[in-house]
Design a protein around this ligand. Structure first.
Ligand code: ZN
Length: 152
């Protein structure tokens, strides 16, 4: 394992153990619940959205380290952005974790930034749903879809 992979591993464990932006948001303007039956990961994503501006993001959940770390990294990457950036970043992130990196235009913003630490997920196809659960759930929240999102 390379030093870079060690560092990525360390960051995932850190975010898994001490998730950022974790907790309910009583004054959220939208929220959604997500469930990944394959692994048992559950998450609720809360957002304060005004127009297309994302002003705050948080999540509550339980599940594996990948699902928790991914949710934590997502809230960090997307707070103070807008819904277009969220959609574009989700597309890039999905291509990253499913191993379709050739589809990612690295020149074009938004940059994946710290989300790159989840690159290793591409070697474990069954964990892709753990990594994308928070994102699917956020998209449902933004679109006002109140049904529980499941990855199946
Ligand atoms: Zn999981």
């Amino acid at each position: 394992m390379s030093d870079l992979e060690d560092l990525y591993q360390e960051m995932i464990l850190d975010h898994g153990r001490r998730p950022r932006n974790s907790g309910a948001m009583p004054d959220a303007t939208c929220q959604a619940e997500g469930f990944n039956p394959l692994c048992g990961d559950r998450i609720t994503v809360y957002a304060k959205v005004s127009g297309d501006q994302i002003n705050a993001l948080s999540f509550e959940g339980s599940g594996c380290a990948i699902s928790q770390a991914s949710a934590s990294l997502m809230t960090e990457a997307l707070k103070q952005t807008n819904t277009n950036t969220a959609t574009e970043l989700f597309e890039k992130f999905q291509n990253l974790v499913t191993g379709k990196e050739e589809l990612i235009d690295i020149e074009a913003p938004p940059s994946l930034g710290k989300l790159e630490v989840l690159r290793g997920v591409q070697r474990f196809p069954t964990r892709v749903k753990c990594a994308t659960l928070a994102w699917h759930t956020l998209m449902a929240a933004i679109r006002g879809n109140a049904d529980t999102v499941t990855t199946e």
